[in-house]
Ligand binder design. Structure first.
Ligand code: GDP
Ligand code: MN
Length: 366
């Protein structure tokens, strides 16, 4: 996901109206403001409005105070490093408009609502209407007609058509998964202004847009730390942290846990590695995510079982209060790994069934 100021720059380049604004990274960069301004935390996540990341200010002093409060603060799981200061548009009405990929139809879809804003997700979903768009034909006359009605903008068909064409050109030219304008503002003077810009570009197309700096999506927590080491980490709701190698084995492990009444609290795909230090780091990150039980399920091939055992033992030796750890190992160097662990009081299960039962029992005990 791009930051709002990046998205708005792209909107502006495509002729879509956005409020005039300035991106700042320090309080001193706010010199003068004419009229009321919105001060908005630039983080690659939504929900900023509800999390205090969007503030209104009138005058330089207030704007500076808002910038000072936001810089360095956490908003939607991200540390704020830059802030957008822009003219506050006078709102007559907030609307919702987006283009995304409709996975069930396999084509892009327009979604619109005559009432948008921070509560749109909670709003009655019957107010959100959806129109498939043929990827080669793009915006058609009927889209314009029907969206004009859905947005309750009767008499403004030309302006709506113009906006749809421009949004569509952003969506196509940037290989987007999502282009969302929420709120799309109808101003007191009757103009359509994009007050927010949320653009998600398909990861696999980023090489076609080398000039775009796309911020990391995962926030500043364990996800980001894991990603920087090339480890996939996904937090969930339960108490058992699953570390496995390969996407298939990781999913199968979680399914087995769930079938036995266990609850995965986070999962980690170690990928292929022959480096005990990497295994140690992965385990430490999993422990830091606060799991009651850690279940390690490794099928040794490129990743050798003894590499994993060594990494685990190194990690455990550095922890004063280690979590309950359940291990299942199979494959390359299995015997050696089992001996190493046993010498340190850890029994490695050969069968997944046993490891799953063990992990679920331990989750229930704690
Ligand atoms: P989000 O919560 O992360 O999606 O942040 P938004 O950019 O959508 O801002 C949240 C809310 O702030 C919007 O729904 C508007 O109600 C309000 N807002 C944003 N920009 C403006 C603006 O230019 N003028 C006014 N009056 N309100 C704004
Ligand atoms: Mn928004």
């Amino acid at each position: 996901m791009l930051l709002e100021d990046q998205g708005k720059r792209l909107f502006r380049d495509h002729g879509i109206r956005v409020p005039n604004g300035l991106t700042v990274t320090a309080v001193e960069q706010v010199h003068e403001v004419s009229g009321p301004v919105m001060v908005k935390a630039l983080v690659p996540a939504g929900g900023r409005g509800k999390g205090g990341g969007v503030r209104r200010a009138s005058g330089v002093a207030e704007a500076r105070a808002a910038v000072a409060a936001l810089l360095g603060a956490m908003v939607s799981g991200h540390t704020v490093r830059s802030v957008l200061v822009e003219e506050a548009v006078t709102i007559a009405r907030e609307m919702y408009l987006s283009i995304s990929i409709d996975r069930s139809l396999g084509v892009p879809a327009l979604i619109a609502s005559g009432s948008g804003g921070v509560d749109v997700e909670a709003a009655d979903s019957s107010r959100l209407r959806r129109w498939p768009v043929h990827p080669f034909l793009g915006i058609r006359e009927f889209h314009v007609r029907e969206l004009t009605a859905a947005l309750e903008l009767e008499g403004r068909q030309r302006a709506v058509g113009d906006l749809l064409e421009k949004l569509w050109s952003v969506f196509v030219s940037l290989d987007c998964e999502l282009v969302e304008v929420n709120p799309l503002i109808l101003t007191a003077t009757g103009e359509l202004v994009a007050a927010d810009a949320k653009i998600v570009i398909n990861d696999d197309s980023l090489f076609r847009h080398p000039d775009l700096e796309v911020p990391e999506p995962g926030g500043d927590g364990i996800e980001a730390a894991a990603r920087s080491e090339g480890i996939v980490f996904v937090p969930l709701e339960g108490d058992i942290g699953v570390i496995a190698n390969g996407a298939g084995l990781t999913m199968a492990t979680m399914d087995s846990l769930s079938a036995r009444g266990g609850h995965t609290g986070a999962f980690m795909d170690l990928g292929g590695t022959d480096d005990p230090a990497r295994v140690r780091r992965a385990f430490e990150l999993m422990v830091a995510s606060g799991q009651k039980v850690v279940l390690i399920n490794i099928f040794g091939a490129m990743t050798k079982c003894d590499t994993v055992a060594q990494g685990l033992l190194n990690a455990l030796s550095g922890l004063s209060n280690p979590p309950v750890t359940v291990v299942r190992l199979r494959g390359a160097n299995e015997e050696r790994a089992r001996e190493m662990l046993l010498a340190n009081g850890i029994v490695a299960h050969p069968e997944l069934e046993d490891a799953i039962r063990d992990a679920v029992d331990r989750e229930a005990e704690t």
